[in-house]
Write a new protein. Sequence first.
Length: 185
Amino acid sequence: MSTEPLEQAIATTRAVLTTVSKEQLGDATPCAQWKVSDLINHIVGGQYFFEAGAKGEPPAAGETDFSAGDFVAAFDEGAQRSVAAFRADGVMDKMLTLPFGQMPGSAFVGLAATDTFTHGWDLAKATGQNTNLAPELAGQLLIGAKHAISPAFRSPEGNPFGQEQPAPAGANNADQLAAFLGRKV
């Protein structure tokens, strides 16, 4: 497994982040308990979480309000560090101990790509942007998610995934992925 899907997800989500205005930070998102600022904090903080996990380190304690500053620059830094951590020798082949259990590095990078991409979709939806994001990547992530996510990983509260939702006929790949991961499209 390479870092290419993660890098594509980062580029896609970065493009969405760059168009978010400070006036939109209080807006609702498809993630019921989060507003746009919370979603940005999760997207940016996720990159540092993925870096720590790939390095076999615990995630940083505390919460940073990335949305209060230059969240695109913070995302860029975190994304660069995350990709570098996954590129380190042997990471893809070793078992990583994460807060939610153990998983191979090759699976964790796939989770990082799916998380980064899907929350980029959430942000696009919340801020009125086009959700037809990176069709080929979205299709690949949808196939991977359908293989990796069983009903046991779903709950009405959305932890870690919500119940699969129907996607409208003709929905693009990104919308289909979002619906599969529990978003109303």
